[in-house]
Ligand binder design. Structure first.
Ligand SMILES: NC(=O)c1ccc[n+]([C@@H]2O[C@H](COP(=O)([O-])OP(=O)(O)OC[C@H]3O[C@@H](n4cnc5c(N)ncnc54)[C@H](OP(=O)(O)O)[C@@H]3O)[C@@H](O)[C@H]2O)c1
Length: 327
């Protein structure tokens, strides 16, 4: 069993930018939080939501650096939050709730990729803890503000890297299997997609809808800092001169193109009444069969999501485990 995953034929695509997909949408009076909104795709997402009239809050583990990065986006509020520090998530959420504001848009864009094996203070593997558990806790704590919006959207920035691995419920923290950086990344990105499925199921009655997103491959952000140029060249994402390769047909995108699907999911009326879906190239992705994996591994960028990343039963199981791990 999976989500509907029915493309809506949005009219946008791999080359669409965040500015293009938000054209004509007025966010005056709306409040948005963008995690990771001070670098890469998140920074562009924060800028575009702000330019459309939203009041934007950016939680940052380094507020000074965030303020510097956001200097050209005046009026964005920067608050301290480290997704690996549960107390800081609680403190951020408490402060936001105390302000009495509803939360119309939450874009969970912060993330790390392919780190060497590292554990947080609780012993949790940091890619799972940052990319999934931190955002899970944040959404739970901000829940009253999401409900108060009477029509909220939560965007979980996942990745087609979910294909590297499903969620291993028997060994989430790599205590009994060898650590592989991309397996850990894949597990966390599958968790991002599953999170949107169960969040949407739980939120529907309160008009809190959720989507997950693959932004494309954008190597000129901070995400690839643990990868060598050789790896990026071997993947066809970097040319011999060290420049990013741009090829939207293979989802090799610019930052404005990379932010487009997040912004589309957060704001587009084309998604009214929908939720739980995995999206890319500014549309809901079709469900594809595992056999298509060969094409993907060969470098094709055919859009699509595999069943295990949008499976409601796995999503419900992940929710229960996450509640326990963040209690
Ligand atoms: N770029 C791509 O090709 C690509 C492809 C697929 C999916 N994605 C996803 O897109 C999202 C954004 O990536 P990006 O490319 O824009 O990367 P980025 O430029 O590195 O941005 C990531 C942001 O997350 C923040 N962050 C990391 N750990 C944090 C923590 N513990 N607490 C709070 N914030 C934290 C970073 O802050 P610091 O600077 O303080 O670390 C940074 O602002 C990620 O979820 C990524 O998995 C990206």
């Amino acid at each position: 069993m999976t989500t509907a995953q029915q493309p809506v034929r949005s009219g946008f695509g791999a080359t669409s930018t965040a500015e293009e997909v938000i054209k004509g949408i007025d966010l005056t009076g709306k409040v948005a939080i963008v995690t990771g909104g001070y670098s890469g795709i998140g920074l562009e997402t924060a800028r575009i939501l702000h330019d459309a009239g939203a009041e934007v809050v950016v939680p940052a583990r380094d507020p000074e650096r965030a303020r510097a990065a956001l200097k050209d986006v005046p009026g964005v509020e920067v608050e301290h939050l480290d997704l690996l520090d549960p107390a800081s998530i609680d403190a951020f959420a408490e402060k936001f709730l105390a302000s009495g504001r509803p939360l119309h848009i939450l874009v969970n864009s912060a993330g790390i990729m392919a780190t060497p094996l590292t554990r947080d203070a609780r012993g949790y593997e940091v890619q799972f803890a940052t990319n999934h558990l931190g955002h899970f806790q944040l959404v739970e704590r901000l829940w009253p503000a999401l409900v108060a919006a009477h029509g909220a959207r939560v965007v979980s920035v996942s990745s087609r890297g979910f294909r590297f691995a499903g969620v291993d419920f028997d060994d989430l923290n790599f205590e009994h299997r060898p650590y592989e950086p991309f397996v850990a990344y894949g597990q966390s990105k599958t968790a991002n997609a599953l999170f949107a499925v169960e969040l949407d199921r739980r939120g529907r009655a309160e008009d809190v809808r959720a989507f997950s997103v693959h932004p494309g491959t954008i190597i000129d952000t901070g995400l690839a800092k643990h990868l060598s140029d050789d790896v990026l060249r071997a993947n066809g994402a970097m040319d011999e001169e060290g420049r990013p390769v741009r090829d939207p047909d293979r989802q090799l995108k610019t930052v404005p193109q990379g932010a487009a699907t997040s912004v589309w999911c957060a704001t587009s009326p084309q998604l009214d009444g929908r939720g739980g879906d995995y999206c890319e190239n500014c549309d809901i992705s079709p469900l594809v069969a595992a056999e298509d994996e060969d094409a993907w591994r060969a470098g094709a960028a055919t859009p699509g999501v595999l069943g295990y990343a949008v499976d409601p039963e796995l999503a419900a199981r992940l929710w229960e485990v996450s509640e326990r791990l963040t209690a």
